[in-house]
Design a protein around this ligand. Sequence first.
Ligand SMILES: Nc1nc2c(c(=O)[nH]1)N[C@H]1C(S)=C(S)[C@@H](COP(=O)(O)OP(=O)(O)OC[C@H]3O[C@@H](n4cnc5c(=O)[nH]c(N)nc54)[C@H](O)[C@@H]3O)O[C@H]1N2
Ligand SMILES: Nc1nc2c(c(=O)[nH]1)N[C@H]1C(S)=C(S)[C@@H](COP(=O)(O)OP(=O)(O)OC[C@H]3O[C@@H](n4cnc5c(=O)[nH]c(N)nc54)[C@H](O)[C@@H]3O)O[C@H]1N2
Ligand SMILES: [Mo]
Length: 752
Amino acid sequence: MANTWGYGAMTNHFGDILRHSKAIFMIGANSAVANPIGFKHMLQAKDRNNAKLIVIDPVFTKSAAKADHYLRIRTGTDIAFIYGLLHLIFKNGWQDKSFIKERVYGIEDVMEEAKKWTPAETSDVTGIPEEQIIQIARLMAFTKPATIIWALGITQHSVGTSNTRILPILQLVLGNMGKKGGGCNIIRGHDNVQGSTDMCCLADSLPGYYGLSKSSWKYYSDGWGVDYKWLEKRFAAPKWMNEKGFSLAKWWQGVLQEEKTYSSSPIRALWVQGTGITSMAQTAKVKEALDKLDLLVIAEPFVNEAAVITDKRDDIYILPVCTQFEVEGIVTATNRTAQWRDKVIDPLYESKTDHDVMFEFAKKFGFYEEYTKAMRMEVVDKKLKVVKDTFNFADDACNEIARIVKTIGLGGWTAKRLREHQKQWHLFDPLTLKGRGPMKGQYYGLPWPSWDTKHPGSPILYDVDTPVNEGGMGFRNRFGLEHDGHDLLADDAVTIKGSKIKGGYPEITAANIEEVLKIKLTKEEKELIGANWKFDFSGIIQEKCAEAGVAPYGNAKARAKVWNFPDQVPKHREPIHSPREDLVKKYPTYADQTNNFRVDVKFSSEQNAQNWSKDFPTMLVTMRLVNLSGAGMLERTSKYLSHITPEMFAHINPELAADYDLKDGDDMWLHSPQGTKIKVKAIYSHSVTPDRIALPYNFAGVMQGVDYSANYPEGTKPYTIGESSNTITNYGFDIITQIPEFNAGLCLIKKA
Ligand SMILES: Nc1nc2c(c(=O)[nH]1)N[C@H]1C(S)=C(S)[C@@H](COP(=O)(O)OP(=O)(O)OC[C@H]3O[C@@H](n4cnc5c(=O)[nH]c(N)nc54)[C@H](O)[C@@H]3O)O[C@H]1N2
Ligand SMILES: Nc1nc2c(c(=O)[nH]1)N[C@H]1C(S)=C(S)[C@@H](COP(=O)(O)OP(=O)(O)OC[C@H]3O[C@@H](n4cnc5c(=O)[nH]c(N)nc54)[C@H](O)[C@@H]3O)O[C@H]1N2
Ligand SMILES: [Mo]
């Protein structure tokens, strides 16, 4: 369980990279440390395909050590760098012109923006030498297929959303999407973090990315078999149903109320289940908020350090939750595949599974019946019905998901099929995911979309050279049929292999199904059918689409231009606390934002408040350690893992250390623009240049020099505790998702 910081998913999979990629462009990820098994596939691609590994990172990481090309970028300047590549690609006509014409909308605006990113300008902004920019532009243009790998060095920025858009744009321009060995492979974090993303453990959507619109709530009330009015009554007022909640990044504002919030009342109780809290930015604010709560409940297998860093004495409850080894069910891997897991043992001692904890509370609050009803339902004769009195959580929750979540195509994910995949593991090829013998025709784990129970799963997204019923598809038609007079459907030339329908087509609805699929529905079918493919419990739309070899979500153009975002095409904007004061005027951040996730967020007012780089001259990057994970409580309770990094530290270049008279291993204070500080060991390292330091983020238990050892319940203190880097990660949040700015910040070093 975890929060869901990374976003996206892999379009392809690790075996595909190993077999087909000729270039691997890793930007803002350090897979050698964060995903060592995944990284092994990339190393094998180097051996087997002579694939070139390009690593773009502000720090010379362990992944960089294995790279053919390492580009040391200044944090927060990836958009500028990609435009630098695009500039050369367009200038030389290296783009895939037919792919763009047939399958992409809005590239002209990207071309316009790319004009100003000459090698000289790009180099000045990013710190990457001009020769390297030219070399990599050429390499990417002539080495196909190439894949792009990214992770949290891309997303955790005030421009995180634009970052995640510019990379697929590069792949579209190069024609690398929907291809073996190509795509965008966003490597996800925790075990099942893809699953928790798909289930939308988020403040702005129902499961399956359905959003919070009234029609989505109606669909869910039907799917759950509960009255819509009853659901509405769960809220203080009906309007809150359609409003985003507070985000994990800034919930504390809802408690502290230091600034305006957009909520019916302040937050007084906090329920923590599956996040370490000290992994969040602004931990000093988090602590203040914890102190001020009326009630803090933590449901956890370990002692969560949320309970430790607070001075609150009463009304804190730690409920013992069992681990993943004591529960069965499905998890989703980074490549969109589901995996059935058996229970190894029953929950130990008095601990309960996560769902049983929730069920006990639902009983106390009187909504257990409504909460669990969908697990007793099925679609019979194309209609939803309650079919039984009891349920078996693992199977029936899985079937409920398959029945309801159509948006990403989980229709095929029944417990029966996924249990079978686990039993027949030996019948699947680990590199192609293809099944043999009785599993022939299916891909392991049914990578989504798996539209229905006959569908084999889709190992590579947006592949039009494969029939839909064998895992192919076009881009999704999600944003209407036209924009500014331009057709948003795929060009006539893009017929998905084996499809009855030539060229592009819209998403399939009750209103257009007869016309698009050139069929006639019976009167009975018309009565049973849902409004569109996403809202159709009857399954009729999917059935007809399968017969026609059509993807229910349409066959459209990818949009490079997002007309409803603050930046229609991505734009470089300097980090809020920029080390380059001279560039702030030229590439300013956004205007301040009101009411996103119920809070205001500062952008330009913070950027312009002072010349930050004068007082905080050193750049700050956070990183992961191979022996610790997340907030780190889990591994810091292991003697052997703790031993590898017995104390919190920062990597510092000896040149920089000399400026502050710091010997290797000396203590230093790091001060942040928001007035907080942490005390850590200075560890000499040449992985960082003298303008920046790198900190792991996996420690907690000490805050601003105060040791909280006494707050751990007896016998539970981990072997190592230390300052959390997040006490000093700088203020800043992405304008769309509100992910914190963990990576592009500044600090001031003082010898302790
Ligand atoms: N051992 C271990 N493994 C883990 C985890 C762990 O805590 N420990 N956590 C898991 C989780 S939850 C996740 S989400 C994944 C994360 O996986 P990764 O994102 O691969 O892990 P990070 O170490 O955060 O790597 C991010 C890299 O981005 C770089 N970076 C920072 N800012 C920028 C920038 O502006 N531009 C570019 N180009 N690069 C930048 C950093 O220097 C760093 O090397 O790892 C997972 N795996
Ligand atoms: N500075 C900085 N901060 C970061 C990042 C960064 O790169 N830099 N990365 C961010 C990212 S990508 C992430 S994902 C977060 C990760 O941060 P967290 O989400 O805090 O990650 P974990 O420490 O794994 O927290 C999971 C908690 O859940 C508990 N747990 C484990 N299994 C179970 C279970 O089955 N049930 C329940 N109920 N609890 C369980 C663990 O004991 C632990 O306390 O940190 C974010 N913070
Ligand atoms: Mo993560």
